[in-house]
Write a protein that binds this ligand. Sequence first.
Ligand SMILES: Nc1nc2c(c(=O)[nH]1)N[C@H]1C(S)=C(S)[C@@H](COP(=O)(O)O)O[C@H]1N2
Ligand SMILES: [Mo]
Length: 293
Amino acid sequence: MLIKQAGDIRSSDITPHSTYLRRREFLAALVTLPIASKMATTTDAVTRKDAITSYTNYYEFGSDKGDARENGGAFKASPWNVTVDGQCGKPGTYTLEDILKPHPLEERVYRMRCVEGWSMVIPWDGFPLGALLKRFEPTAKAKYVEFTTVNRPKEMPGIRRQVLNYPYVEGLRMDEAMHPLTILAAGLYGESLLTPNGAPLRLVVPWKYGFKGIKAIVKIRFVEKQPFNTWQEANPAYYGFYANVNPDVPTPSYSQATERRIGEFLQRRTLPFNGYAEQVASMYAGLDPRRLY
Ligand SMILES: Nc1nc2c(c(=O)[nH]1)N[C@H]1C(S)=C(S)[C@@H](COP(=O)(O)O)O[C@H]1N2
Ligand SMILES: [Mo]
């Protein structure tokens, strides 16, 4: 049994009093999802649900792990529209229902790894991004896909602090976007996503560092040129475009060789491509591994 030591419990793991008072509002967003199939890509133990929903990175709500849960009470994830444009045959504005309807949710248990050195194992409920993108009929000029997060300063109080430039933007190369391990998630642990984890729709790319997993997506754009993602813009020495998990490439100030699994005490060795090398490494043949950060 793993025992969490007092020194290992961060203040952000503890529910703030104001959140406790709003707990009904927080729980009201939960809807049990019908899951079509289950697939585990790891035998590692799944991280506790309360850790996954309270220990999050979501700068639109603040830069502390507990901020999205603490400050997310005003965020409205419904109704929701996603605008699709750029190099494709079927641009337009689609409702969340339009997006989700043809794609039964599958539960996939993925290892996730953040650049800050922590990791989790999350049972995401999602569907392959590629199946959705095909519906929009990308043209031959669509080399990359760019994603944009909703920008609502009134509902997202961290935006005012301008730690990052908003709206938050991420991107994938077309082959990465079409890869079967890449999913859009609408839930986790069999329930619809809560605000801190990116409700109502977020990207999950398990062989990349966590920041690639853009939350609360409102725009999908097919483009010819490599998108300029928010974290690369904020600090290019630490954050690149590819952001493939690579234990051999340190950041300018720390090693990326190990990670601390949330809920565990000892460090683990980080695996190339976060353990998914067999499935994805061939996409990067010929690319300088130092660019894989
Ligand atoms: N819009 C938006 N998406 C975001 C972020 C953010 O600040 N804003 N943080 C990213 C980072 S740094 C990480 S590690 C993951 C964390 O996902 P999780 O909180 O669901 O574990 O979300 C990513 N997606
Ligand atoms: Mo992150």
